[in-house]
Design a protein around this ligand. Structure first.
Ligand code: FMN
Length: 275
Protein backbone atom coordinates (compact mmCIF):
# COMPACT_ATOMS: atom_id res chain seq x y z
CA UNK A 1 0.00 0.00 0.00
CA UNK A 2 1.49 3.34 -1.02
CA UNK A 3 2.09 6.00 1.60
CA UNK A 4 0.87 8.59 -0.89
CA UNK A 5 -2.82 9.46 -1.19
CA UNK A 6 -2.39 9.75 -4.97
CA UNK A 7 0.58 7.56 -5.82
CA UNK A 8 0.55 8.25 -9.54
CA UNK A 9 1.10 11.76 -10.74
CA UNK A 10 1.30 13.78 -13.91
CA UNK A 11 4.63 15.63 -14.15
CA UNK A 12 5.01 19.40 -14.16
CA UNK A 13 5.54 20.52 -17.74
CA UNK A 14 6.01 24.11 -18.82
CA UNK A 15 3.67 25.12 -21.62
CA UNK A 16 1.73 21.89 -21.08
CA UNK A 17 0.31 21.50 -17.58
CA UNK A 18 -1.45 24.85 -17.55
CA UNK A 19 -4.75 25.25 -15.67
CA UNK A 20 -6.85 24.34 -18.73
CA UNK A 21 -4.87 21.23 -19.40
CA UNK A 22 -5.07 20.11 -15.77
CA UNK A 23 -8.81 20.62 -15.90
CA UNK A 24 -8.97 18.38 -18.95
CA UNK A 25 -6.95 15.69 -17.14
CA UNK A 26 -9.40 15.83 -14.22
CA UNK A 27 -12.19 15.11 -16.64
CA UNK A 28 -10.27 12.15 -18.05
CA UNK A 29 -9.72 10.77 -14.55
CA UNK A 30 -9.94 12.12 -11.00
CA UNK A 31 -7.34 9.76 -9.53
CA UNK A 32 -4.01 11.45 -10.19
CA UNK A 33 -1.94 14.07 -8.56
CA UNK A 34 -1.45 16.88 -11.06
CA UNK A 35 1.55 19.20 -11.07
CA UNK A 36 1.34 22.73 -12.43
CA UNK A 37 3.99 24.15 -14.71
CA UNK A 38 6.94 25.54 -12.76
CA UNK A 39 5.99 29.01 -11.54
CA UNK A 40 8.72 31.37 -10.34
CA UNK A 41 8.28 32.55 -6.77
CA UNK A 42 8.42 36.19 -7.90
CA UNK A 43 5.55 35.62 -10.33
CA UNK A 44 3.42 34.38 -7.42
CA UNK A 45 4.49 37.25 -5.17
CA UNK A 46 3.95 39.95 -7.80
CA UNK A 47 0.61 38.57 -8.97
CA UNK A 48 -0.65 37.21 -5.68
CA UNK A 49 -4.22 38.28 -6.37
CA UNK A 50 -4.20 36.54 -9.66
CA UNK A 51 -2.46 33.22 -9.13
CA UNK A 52 -5.34 31.29 -10.65
CA UNK A 53 -3.92 32.50 -13.97
CA UNK A 54 -0.85 30.35 -13.37
CA UNK A 55 -2.10 27.59 -11.14
CA UNK A 56 -5.83 27.43 -11.79
CA UNK A 57 -8.43 27.11 -9.10
CA UNK A 58 -7.22 25.36 -5.95
CA UNK A 59 -8.13 21.73 -6.20
CA UNK A 60 -7.19 18.92 -3.85
CA UNK A 61 -5.29 17.05 -6.59
CA UNK A 62 -3.09 19.99 -7.56
CA UNK A 63 0.55 20.45 -6.61
CA UNK A 64 1.94 23.89 -7.40
CA UNK A 65 5.55 23.67 -8.54
CA UNK A 66 7.69 26.61 -7.50
CA UNK A 67 10.96 27.74 -9.03
CA UNK A 68 13.38 30.00 -7.19
CA UNK A 69 16.30 30.02 -4.79
CA UNK A 70 15.73 32.86 -2.36
CA UNK A 71 14.45 31.30 0.87
CA UNK A 72 12.44 34.38 1.85
CA UNK A 73 10.73 34.69 -1.53
CA UNK A 74 10.12 30.97 -1.85
CA UNK A 75 8.57 30.88 1.62
CA UNK A 76 6.38 33.89 0.87
CA UNK A 77 5.28 32.35 -2.45
CA UNK A 78 4.45 29.06 -0.74
CA UNK A 79 2.45 30.89 1.92
CA UNK A 80 0.48 32.74 -0.77
CA UNK A 81 -0.19 29.43 -2.55
CA UNK A 82 -1.34 27.93 0.76
CA UNK A 83 -3.56 30.93 1.50
CA UNK A 84 -5.23 30.43 -1.86
CA UNK A 85 -6.29 26.97 -0.74
CA UNK A 86 -3.76 24.79 -2.55
CA UNK A 87 -2.83 21.64 -0.69
CA UNK A 88 0.78 21.03 -1.73
CA UNK A 89 3.84 22.77 -3.09
CA UNK A 90 6.80 21.25 -4.92
CA UNK A 91 10.25 22.77 -5.43
CA UNK A 92 11.92 22.39 -8.82
CA UNK A 93 15.44 21.03 -8.37
CA UNK A 94 15.73 19.49 -11.81
CA UNK A 95 15.37 22.07 -14.57
CA UNK A 96 18.65 22.55 -16.46
CA UNK A 97 17.64 25.40 -18.81
CA UNK A 98 20.14 28.23 -19.24
CA UNK A 99 17.72 30.84 -17.98
CA UNK A 100 16.91 28.81 -14.90
CA UNK A 101 20.62 28.17 -14.22
CA UNK A 102 21.24 31.86 -14.62
CA UNK A 103 18.69 32.47 -11.86
CA UNK A 104 20.46 29.90 -9.63
CA UNK A 105 17.49 27.62 -9.30
CA UNK A 106 16.31 24.34 -10.81
CA UNK A 107 18.93 21.61 -11.26
CA UNK A 108 21.85 23.75 -10.02
CA UNK A 109 20.31 23.57 -6.54
CA UNK A 110 21.38 19.92 -6.44
CA UNK A 111 24.91 21.27 -5.94
CA UNK A 112 23.82 23.36 -2.96
CA UNK A 113 21.45 21.20 -0.93
CA UNK A 114 21.91 23.53 2.04
CA UNK A 115 20.09 26.22 0.03
CA UNK A 116 17.17 23.83 -0.52
CA UNK A 117 17.22 23.06 3.21
CA UNK A 118 17.24 26.82 3.96
CA UNK A 119 14.18 27.23 1.74
CA UNK A 120 12.39 24.43 3.59
CA UNK A 121 13.37 25.88 6.99
CA UNK A 122 12.20 29.34 5.96
CA UNK A 123 8.88 27.87 4.87
CA UNK A 124 8.57 26.32 8.29
CA UNK A 125 9.19 29.71 9.90
CA UNK A 126 6.65 31.36 7.61
CA UNK A 127 3.90 29.00 8.74
CA UNK A 128 3.68 27.04 5.54
CA UNK A 129 1.83 24.00 6.82
CA UNK A 130 0.97 22.27 3.56
CA UNK A 131 3.44 19.58 2.40
CA UNK A 132 6.46 20.93 0.53
CA UNK A 133 8.05 18.30 -1.69
CA UNK A 134 11.12 18.18 -3.96
CA UNK A 135 11.56 17.09 -7.58
CA UNK A 136 15.19 16.48 -8.48
CA UNK A 137 17.49 14.55 -10.82
CA UNK A 138 19.88 11.72 -9.94
CA UNK A 139 22.79 14.12 -10.37
CA UNK A 140 24.28 16.98 -12.36
CA UNK A 141 27.35 16.91 -14.63
CA UNK A 142 30.08 14.83 -12.99
CA UNK A 143 28.31 14.94 -9.64
CA UNK A 144 26.52 11.78 -10.55
CA UNK A 145 27.56 9.12 -8.05
CA UNK A 146 25.04 7.36 -5.88
CA UNK A 147 26.82 8.89 -2.87
CA UNK A 148 26.13 12.34 -4.28
CA UNK A 149 22.41 11.56 -4.58
CA UNK A 150 22.32 10.07 -1.08
CA UNK A 151 24.15 13.07 0.35
CA UNK A 152 21.60 15.33 -1.34
CA UNK A 153 18.76 13.40 0.32
CA UNK A 154 20.49 13.50 3.71
CA UNK A 155 21.10 17.25 3.47
CA UNK A 156 17.38 17.79 3.08
CA UNK A 157 16.86 16.39 6.57
CA UNK A 158 16.45 19.84 8.02
CA UNK A 159 13.90 20.95 10.58
CA UNK A 160 11.32 20.52 7.86
CA UNK A 161 12.29 17.52 5.70
CA UNK A 162 10.30 17.05 2.50
CA UNK A 163 7.56 14.43 2.95
CA UNK A 164 8.01 13.26 -0.64
CA UNK A 165 10.94 13.34 -3.07
CA UNK A 166 10.37 12.74 -6.77
CA UNK A 167 13.49 11.66 -8.64
CA UNK A 168 13.73 12.03 -12.40
CA UNK A 169 15.88 8.95 -12.99
CA UNK A 170 18.55 10.59 -15.11
CA UNK A 171 21.24 13.13 -14.42
CA UNK A 172 21.40 16.34 -16.40
CA UNK A 173 24.23 18.17 -18.09
CA UNK A 174 24.35 21.84 -17.23
CA UNK A 175 26.41 22.66 -20.32
CA UNK A 176 26.04 21.50 -23.89
CA UNK A 177 22.56 19.96 -23.79
CA UNK A 178 19.23 21.71 -24.25
CA UNK A 179 16.44 20.98 -21.75
CA UNK A 180 14.86 18.70 -24.33
CA UNK A 181 18.13 16.80 -24.87
CA UNK A 182 18.50 16.61 -21.10
CA UNK A 183 15.20 14.72 -21.01
CA UNK A 184 16.36 12.20 -23.57
CA UNK A 185 20.13 11.81 -23.84
CA UNK A 186 21.34 11.03 -20.31
CA UNK A 187 20.38 7.38 -19.81
CA UNK A 188 17.64 6.45 -17.39
CA UNK A 189 18.99 4.79 -14.25
CA UNK A 190 16.05 3.34 -12.36
CA UNK A 191 18.34 1.25 -10.16
CA UNK A 192 19.73 4.37 -8.59
CA UNK A 193 16.25 5.42 -7.56
CA UNK A 194 15.29 1.97 -6.26
CA UNK A 195 18.53 1.88 -4.24
CA UNK A 196 17.90 5.32 -2.79
CA UNK A 197 14.34 4.43 -1.78
CA UNK A 198 15.65 1.25 -0.17
CA UNK A 199 18.39 3.07 1.73
CA UNK A 200 15.97 5.60 3.25
CA UNK A 201 12.86 3.56 4.06
CA UNK A 202 11.50 6.30 6.32
CA UNK A 203 11.29 8.71 3.36
CA UNK A 204 8.70 8.65 0.57
CA UNK A 205 9.94 8.60 -3.01
CA UNK A 206 8.44 8.66 -6.50
CA UNK A 207 10.25 7.71 -9.65
CA UNK A 208 9.94 9.66 -12.89
CA UNK A 209 11.24 9.30 -16.42
CA UNK A 210 10.29 7.18 -19.39
CA UNK A 211 7.16 5.50 -18.06
CA UNK A 212 5.10 4.69 -21.11
CA UNK A 213 2.97 1.67 -20.30
CA UNK A 214 0.59 0.60 -17.58
CA UNK A 215 2.77 -2.47 -17.00
CA UNK A 216 5.85 -0.34 -16.36
CA UNK A 217 3.92 1.80 -13.88
CA UNK A 218 2.57 -1.29 -12.11
CA UNK A 219 6.08 -2.68 -11.84
CA UNK A 220 7.41 0.60 -10.47
CA UNK A 221 4.63 0.68 -7.90
CA UNK A 222 5.80 -2.67 -6.58
CA UNK A 223 9.18 -1.08 -5.77
CA UNK A 224 8.48 2.47 -4.71
CA UNK A 225 5.73 4.66 -3.26
CA UNK A 226 4.89 6.66 -6.34
CA UNK A 227 5.35 7.00 -10.09
CA UNK A 228 5.23 10.24 -12.03
CA UNK A 229 4.43 10.20 -15.72
CA UNK A 230 5.20 13.08 -18.02
CA UNK A 231 5.18 12.95 -21.75
CA UNK A 232 3.27 9.72 -22.08
CA UNK A 233 0.93 10.42 -19.21
CA UNK A 234 -0.33 13.23 -21.21
CA UNK A 235 -0.82 11.62 -24.54
CA UNK A 236 -3.08 14.49 -24.20
CA UNK A 237 0.16 16.52 -24.25
CA UNK A 238 -0.16 16.14 -27.96
CA UNK A 239 -3.80 17.07 -27.71
CA UNK A 240 -2.66 20.18 -25.92
CA UNK A 241 -0.46 21.02 -28.86
CA UNK A 242 -3.37 20.38 -31.14
CA UNK A 243 -5.35 22.95 -29.16
CA UNK A 244 -2.61 25.49 -29.60
CA UNK A 245 -1.65 24.61 -33.14
CA UNK A 246 -4.72 23.22 -34.88
CA UNK A 247 -2.75 22.84 -38.09
CA UNK A 248 -0.51 20.34 -36.36
CA UNK A 249 -3.40 17.90 -36.23
CA UNK A 250 -2.11 15.72 -38.98
CA UNK A 251 1.51 15.65 -37.83
CA UNK A 252 0.33 14.65 -34.39
CA UNK A 253 -2.26 12.20 -35.57
CA UNK A 254 -0.57 9.27 -33.76
CA UNK A 255 -2.23 10.51 -30.62
CA UNK A 256 -5.50 9.55 -32.16
CA UNK A 257 -4.29 5.96 -32.06
CA UNK A 258 -3.25 6.33 -28.44
CA UNK A 259 -6.26 6.61 -26.16
CA UNK A 260 -5.87 8.68 -23.02
CA UNK A 261 -3.04 7.14 -21.05
CA UNK A 262 -4.65 8.05 -17.77
CA UNK A 263 -7.65 5.99 -18.76
CA UNK A 264 -5.36 3.11 -19.66
CA UNK A 265 -3.86 3.40 -16.19
CA UNK A 266 -7.33 3.53 -14.67
CA UNK A 267 -8.08 0.21 -16.30
CA UNK A 268 -4.71 -1.28 -15.46
CA UNK A 269 -5.42 -2.93 -12.11
CA UNK A 270 -3.62 -0.20 -10.27
CA UNK A 271 -6.70 0.70 -8.31
CA UNK A 272 -9.01 -1.54 -6.36
CA UNK A 273 -12.09 0.46 -7.36
CA UNK A 274 -13.71 -0.56 -10.65
CA UNK A 275 -13.98 2.12 -13.29
C1 FMN B 1 7.47 20.23 -22.31
C2 FMN B 1 8.06 19.85 -20.98
C3 FMN B 1 8.13 20.80 -19.98
C4 FMN B 1 8.65 20.45 -18.72
N1 FMN B 1 8.61 21.36 -17.71
C5 FMN B 1 8.97 21.00 -16.44
C6 FMN B 1 8.76 21.84 -15.33
O1 FMN B 1 8.19 22.93 -15.43
N2 FMN B 1 9.19 21.42 -14.11
C7 FMN B 1 9.79 20.19 -13.93
O2 FMN B 1 10.15 19.83 -12.80
N3 FMN B 1 9.98 19.35 -14.97
C8 FMN B 1 9.56 19.72 -16.20
N4 FMN B 1 9.68 18.84 -17.24
C9 FMN B 1 10.24 17.50 -16.99
C10 FMN B 1 9.12 16.52 -16.63
O3 FMN B 1 8.46 16.91 -15.44
C11 FMN B 1 9.65 15.09 -16.46
O4 FMN B 1 10.58 15.09 -15.41
C12 FMN B 1 10.36 14.58 -17.72
O5 FMN B 1 9.58 14.84 -18.88
C13 FMN B 1 10.63 13.06 -17.62
O6 FMN B 1 9.42 12.34 -17.46
P1 FMN B 1 8.72 11.57 -18.71
O7 FMN B 1 9.77 10.73 -19.37
O8 FMN B 1 7.60 10.78 -18.11
O9 FMN B 1 8.23 12.65 -19.64
C14 FMN B 1 9.15 19.15 -18.49
C15 FMN B 1 9.08 18.20 -19.53
C16 FMN B 1 8.53 18.53 -20.74
C17 FMN B 1 8.42 17.46 -21.82
Amino acid sequence: MSRLARPISVAPMIDVTNPHFLQMLRIISPRYSLYTEMIHSNAIINHREDISRFAGVAHEDTVVQLGGCDPGNMALAAKIVQDHGFKEVNINVGCPSDRVQHGNFGAVLMKTPHVVANILNEMEKTSVQIPVTIKCRTGVDDLDSIEFLHNFVIQLSCSRPPPHIIIHARKCHLRGLSPRQNRNIPPLDYNRVWQTAKKYPQAVFSINGGFRTTEAVIEAMSKIHGCMVGREGTCSYHLNLVFHFPDANTILSPVMDNPMFLQQLDRGQLFSIDV
